[in-house]
Design a protein around this ligand. Structure first.
Ligand code: GLU
Length: 433
């Protein structure tokens, strides 16, 4: 599927679920168009003295529920359509968990692994120079996403503050703790996914110790969810990064693999040349093979569009937790649902990240930092409540969890749209005059 199609696919899903859930056409119409999109060329001085030009995007999708919120990704496949799809999903995500935000997303088309740290800093500052009037603590608040991290957020905040000549920690979240970041933000996406997984297995009456899990993508989110599930006694039998994966039925120790990956920079290399390899008998597998493993829980935690009509028949896991944004295309999802696969959708499963981003923003605005326990407790409250609400809608209205989550989000957005007065309200008013 082309990157253009991913946005069309996302819109199609909104239309279908909206119609099926009886959502007012005004609300669906509101979600059919991004509010604003900024595309900018970012000139960056490279270490060898040459200048390279990168394309950067920021999409502010919808502001009905509040200022827009969403990450910035650095990836060679970033396109305008992808950023728009991701911004639409952020809009739905924030509404599902009840945050006072609309959705946004940003991206730069770049292979960040080819840049030196100084080039990366110049690129991040160039991005903010281009976006300086488009973002702001009460307008649009970026955060980390694929291949961006706390340090990059720190550079971006610094650039924004230099341009506007103010202190503005609330302009960005996922910052280093020393610069106003929140405790618990780094692990938040993974912890949120862990919390909903535990809710799911509790409701299904499953025993964590009997469950085998495969995680595609050992980035920040994939690592933390795998680590926390392992602590509950689940066996993490497969892991991968962009270059490939590993599989061992007895399960891996997630923390040792993560540590090795930090030094070797790739999951596969870890297993052959270095220590972890010696600890566990394992098999090297591709990312495609990982998706088809016979496991209880499959966790796609890398990029969108990895489960498609072409490979959906190979997917065997009865439970899928979408930690990546948009990993399952809608045509593939219908096949899975038909088969009875339970899918916890991205807009719920990975909402822990933006939830703690919200906590960070609240702490920045009040100038008072919370303890790690407070953050974790409130995150657990938000995720458990959201999961319970979505589960209930799914049961009451016989919907899939995605359809229930979307329906819930549309109703929240609909309430806000309706509070300004609906068509019926104004028509009635006219009749009374
Ligand atoms: N990039 C993350 C996401 O897709 C976090 C966004 C945020 O914290 O604003 O949900």
């Amino acid at each position: 599927m082309s990157r253009q199609d991913i946005f069309q696919d996302a819109l199609q899903r909104v239309r279908e679920i909206g119609a099926d859930a009886g959502v007012a056409p005004e609300v669906i119409a509101e979600l059919m168009h991004p509010k604003a999109m900024l595309t900018a060329t970012l000139p960056v001085r490279m270490d060898d003295g040459s200048t390279r030009y990168f394309v950067g995007y920021r999409c502010r999708y919808n502001t009905v529920l509040g200022p827009t919120k969403g990450g910035v990704r650095y990836h060679p496949q970033v396109t305008q359509a992808e950023v728009q799809a991701l911004a639409l999903w952020m809009t739905i995500k924030c509404a599902v968990v009840g945050l006072p935000y609309g959705g946004a997303k940003g991206g730069v088309n770049v292979q960040p692994k080819e840049l030196s740290p100084l080039e990366l800093e110049r690129l991040s500052r160039a991005y903010v120079r281009a976006m300086a009037d488009f973002i702001g603590p009460n307008i649009d608040i970026p955060a980390p996403d694929v291949y961006t991290n706390a340090r990059i957020m720190g550079w971006m905040m610094d650039e924004y503050e230099a341009i506007h000549r103010v202190r503005a920690p609330g302009v960005i979240t996922g910052k280093p703790i020393a610069l106003g970041g929140s405790l618990g933000r780094e692990e938040a996406t993974g912890r949120g996914a862990y919390l909903v997984t535990m809710e799911l297995i509790r409701r299904q009456g499953l025993d964590p110790k009997q469950l085998r899990v495969a995680v595609q993508g050992l980035g920040n989110a994939g690592y933390h969810v795998a680590r926390l599930l392992q602590l509950e006694g689940m066996r993490i039998v497969a892991l991968s990064d962009s270059r490939g994966g590993i599989h061992a039925e007895q399960g891996f120790d997630v923390d040792s693999i993560w540590k090795e990956k930090q030094s070797s920079r790739r999951v596969r290399a870890v297993y052959c040349a270095q220590s972890v390899c010696e600890l566990v008998e394992h098999q090297q597998i591709s990312n495609q093979e990982l998706l088809g493993l016979d496991v209880d829980i499959l966790i796609p935690a890398a990029l969108e569009g990895v489960i498609t009509p072409d490979n959906v028949d190979q997917v065997r896991a009865p439970y899928i937790i979408e930690v990546a944004n948009g990993p399952i295309l809608s045509d593939a999802e219908s096949v899975l649902l038909e088969r009875g696969t339970v899918i916890v959708p991205d807009v719920l499963a990975n909402a822990g990240g933006v939830t703690v981003s919200y906590f960070e923003w609240v702490q920045n605005r009040s100038g008072y930092a919370w303890t790690l326990d407070e953050v974790r407790e409130r995150l657990a409250e938000v995720m458990t409540r959201a999961f319970g609400e979505v589960w209930q809608v799914a049961a009451d209205e016989e919907r899939s969890l995605r359809s229930a989550a979307y329906a819930r989000a549309f109703r929240r957005i609909g309430d806000a749209v309706g509070a300004h007065g609906t068509r019926e309200y104004f028509q009635e008013g006219r009749q009374q005059d």
